[in-house]
Design a protein around this ligand. Sequence first.
Ligand code: ADP
Ligand code: MG
Length: 587
Amino acid sequence: MAYKTEFDRETGRKGMGFYGKYFKKYKFPFLAAIFCVASEAICDLLNPTLMSNIINKGIGQGRISEVYYWGALMLTVTVLGACFAVTRNILASRVSQRMGADLRYDLFEKIIYFSEQSADRIESGSLITRMTNDTSQITLFVNGIMRIFMKAPITCVGSIVLATILNFRLSLIIYSIVAVVAFLIIISMKLSYPRYTTLQKAIDRVNSVVQEYLIGVRLIKAFGTYDQESEKFEDANSNLMQKGISAQMIITLISPLMTLSVGIGTVIVIYVGSRLFGLNLANPGDITAFTVYMSQILMSLIMITNIFNVFVRTKASTARIKEVFDCDGDFTGDGEVIELKGNIDFENVTFAYPNGSGVPALKNLSFSVKSGQTLAIIGPTGSGKSTIAWLLLRFYDVNSGRILIDGHDIKDLGIDTVRGNIAIVPQNPMLFSGTVAENIRWGNKYATDEMLHRAAEKAQADFIGRMQNGFESFLGSAGVNVSGGQKQRISIARAIIKNSPVLILDDATSALDAVTEAKVRENLKDMAGKQTVIIITQRCGTAMTADRILVLDKGEKVGFGTHDQLMKDCEVYRDIYRTQIEGSKEA
Ligand code: ADP
Ligand code: MG
């Protein structure tokens, strides 16, 4: 069963429905903002009519008191409108930013609980764009809705209605203009959606290139492949530029067309209005008010296009965010850890990576290791050694066969029990920014200082004592300020301190010299009989000392037994031994 995050549990979302949760949370300020916007729109709408009264009833009739009366009313309405505008702006910024933060939090929580398969599916560069750029798009949209979304339609419809009341004949001109503009809006939406989708992809690409560069910076320096990298960046960057221009081109072309339509409409209104005035069918106040309504309609139509423009981008971003939410989560954990002994059995296990080439990484593999024993797994790169570790930790599930711990299928054990009983030193040791002590305490957050020192000692990490601040020395992100071998030893100490029934060392001593490595292995013997140790290695010298050795080749078991047995029956093992041990003696 896929892990459901808190978020999934709450919403049971479909389509864009997952936004419902956020709207529910901010319902009150949201409705308050809508109320302010609507009130503000009404204030704006009243102004031209009040003005036409100043002209018609005041100036036209030469009555100053009417001018004062309508003027004061107009001022009050304007001030009120300004107050509403300030309030809705404050509400809009707060709510949209908070909603953006909530969305990022939920996305992050989702990503933390990603299954390995999901993590393989969406590149990390793209995930970062989705977490930052795409969520900003949503924030922008929400801010837009609260500030202008309601205002534009109210102003537009209200202006049309009030203009119709003012003068029906003139308003026929407005109807035709609005029809033309609506048509333009629809066209621009149709054309820009696919362009914004490709635009976001282009942003992903730029992020990925930069990220790849940063991860491989030392290698790039060493190989002097700057040119290649800048070319790659240049490509991605100019692609992004072109996609950006292409997406904006639509709106660039359409919005002057809209302004033009309304401008022509205004000219026609003034011309027709003056004719109607000649026929005594319109008065100057009406015509002035009319042109103001025309410009209000223009403004609101421009706003509506902008909203649609943002909406189109938001729709593209939403699809990308939804893709993250729709990814499979990790297996369910209930937090309960049952203590196991560490007897491990693989029974006819076959497994192919979901996103892999389709060739199984492990084929029909069976072997057993008893609690307290040490098992070495040896074989060339790509033979499936690390895959055994990932399957044991249940990052993936087997395609067929079973993996048993203490006789229980790991699928029935509960993910927290499985992972809680296994400590791993991965092939590529990962450290996190923080102190050395913090990094080691990952294995056991309640570890005392004494336990900390003992674990470091067992891992031969005596260099920590020579660091300026000892265990409190700060490690840069990903442990940039320690060497590969130092990283491995900190990572071994982290696994030792967990003191779990099963310990997996995946090529964990590859960066250590033979003497240090032998000492680490010697120290691990303290736990002999209490801890099942799986040592994954490519070195025969390391494998030899184990109770049992599993020899893998292309995902298949080609030998299993003690060193002496394998020397007799296993040709692959003999070859490895000869090239490594005897070969080095001859040389
Ligand atoms: P080893 O640890 O023995 O070097 P692995 O267990 O890492 O080998 O890999 C076994 C096979 O599975 C290889 O062919 C490798 O390309 C493939 N593989 C490993 N990890 C993944 C992955 N995340 N997605 C797809 N294929 C993978
Ligand atoms: Mg490996």
